[in-house]
Design a protein around this ligand. Structure first.
Ligand code: 5AD
Ligand code: SF4
Length: 441
């Protein structure tokens, strides 16, 4: 039997796509290998969001080159956003690569493997949904659902519109059927994935659908406890989506709302289509209807033209909102993007690093403060397995997407009550309630 190994870089959409690659390969009769050295087919699902992502991948590819030299029968495949961004160039730069494909052409990998082709081939059209392929899920209880591919926004720093193409939504009935199958299979929590999830459905014909309608349609599915989604765009965070968090029991009390910058001037240069005030209005709308919701965000520091005053505005928004968590990034110019052509006001790396440190201080301090609201409360926790730091304890996740390490006896997939006794910026600590423990058993 032939064996494959997939190394995944990048975002949750890439993790989803890798599960579909694995599902497709297993339907072709391949089995998963524990390490690249044991595999006949070595695959990389790549990311290109920042320069670091590129560099990490290239180091892995060098190792695969050594393995191929030892056994020239081995096939090396490169999929994902980096492959899409360099296209045929991949074969010139890395002549030992046999097959390369973009995120919209994962299905072509099967075609390549079942053909007798001995020459390297690349597949870079946009169009296919990986969501149509069979999945091999990494976790039994949690599943990804690809609701749309591509992005119609034009953020000046972002490579994604060029690697994943224009936005295309999958029909609502198809998604409902997919989640029904997953729930019947034991999945209790789904995460809806898209580059801009809350723009979902506007392109569907004959009938346009909205993201809030999709949430409503998924809510009644039997066996499904939790629905999450990532990432929404602040401009499309309308009242109907916010109200879904209040009205639909499955929709979790967590919104990841990428800020990127807190200065309206920089937001404009980023082409984010909202101002600082509009962003804060959206936060106020969420807090008005779902006061307890966890809010997380993405922030970029050191964007071209970002002055000390602009950066202080970003710090101000983070201070004012008090996010429950944030992913913070130093701006990295990406080939083909508008911002990569900017030449004025470039921020020296040391300045960006220093700003990043100040930002992280604010983000962590506010997250720690915010997390204290959970201390003393009993929260619903979906058990994932043993704690990573202490195998004698359990680990799970709250509806707010906080990781909880706790004492108790329960099986993965159980929903239990945990009383929180301590909170840091990242994780909660607690004890399982006895009543819940009895119910779980
Ligand atoms: N440089 C730095 N960070 C970036 N992101 C996207 N493009 C870039 C870039 N060129 C960040 C954004 C986005 C997250 C997934 O990655 O914050 O929300
Ligand atoms: Fe995901 Fe963006 Fe990286 Fe592509 S470039 S894998 S969409 S983070």
């Amino acid at each position: 039997m032939k064996r494959y190994h997939v190394t995944t870089f990048g975002c949750q959409m890439n993790q989803h796509d890798s599960e579909r690659m694995k599902g497709m390969l297993e339907s072709l009769g391949y089995a998963e290998a524990g390490a690249p050295a044991e595999a006949d087919l070595i695959l990389f699902n790549t990311c290109s969001i920042r320069e670091k992502a590129d560099e990490r991948f290239v180091a892995h590819l060098e190792q695969a080159k050594g393995l191929k030299r030892a056994d020239p029968q081995r096939i090396i495949g490169v999929g994902g956003c980096w492959a899409q961004s360099v296209k045929e160039d991949v074969f010139r730069r890395f002549p030992y690569v046999d097959v390369a494909f973009g995120p919209g052409q994962v299905h072509k990998l099967a075609e390549f493997l079942t053909s007798d082709s001995l020459t390297a081939q690349g597949f870079f059209e946009f169009g296919g949904f990986t969501g149509h392929l069979p999945a091999k899920r990494a976790r039994d209880l949690q599943g990804w659902v690809q609701i749309s591919v591509g992005c119609n926004m034009n953020c000046s720093y972002c490579i994604v519109p060029s690697t994943r193409g224009r936005e295309v939504s999958r029909p609502l009935v198809e998604l409902v059927a997919e989640v029904e199958r997953m729930a019947a299979d034991g999945v209790r929590e789904v995460t809806l994935l898209g580059q801009n999830v809350n723009a979902y459905g506007r392109d569907l014909r004959p009938q346009r659908t909205s993201f809030a309608e999709l949430l409503g349609a998924l809510d009644g599915i039997s066996g499904l406890d939790r629905v999450r989604y990532t990432s929404p765009h602040p401009k499309d965070m309308r009242e109907d989506v916010v109200l879904a968090h209040v009205q639909l029991p499955t929709v979790c009390e967590h919104v990841h709302l990428p800020l990127q910058a807190g200065s309206s001037r920089i937001l404009k240069a980023m082409r984010r289509t909202y101002t600082r005030e509009r962003y804060l209005d959206r936060v106020a709308l969420i807090r008005e209807h779902v006061p307890d919701a966890a809010l997380t965000t993405d922030v970029i520091v050191g964007f071209p033209g970002e002055s000390e005053e602009d950066f202080v505005q970003t710090l101000g928004v983070c201070e004012e909102v008090g996010f429950d968590g944030a992913f913070t990034f130093i701006y990295s110019p990406r080939r083909g993007t508008e911002a990569a052509t900017f030449t004025e006001g470039l921020v020296p790396h040391e300045v960006a690093v220093e700003r990043m440190e100040r930002l992280v201080e604010v983000v962590q301090r506010r997250a720690r403060q915010r997390a204290q609201r959970f201390v003393g409360r009993e929260l619903e926790v979906l058990v994932e397995g043993p704690s990573r730091t202490d195998p004698a304890r359990l680990r799970g996740r709250t509806r707010h997407n906080k990781v909880v390490n706790f004492d108790g006896v329960a099986a993965p997939g159980d929903l239990v009550g945990v009383t929180i006794v301590a909170a840091t910026s990242q994780t909660l600590t607690g004890e399982m309630s006895l009543v819940a423990a009895a119910a779980a058993r």
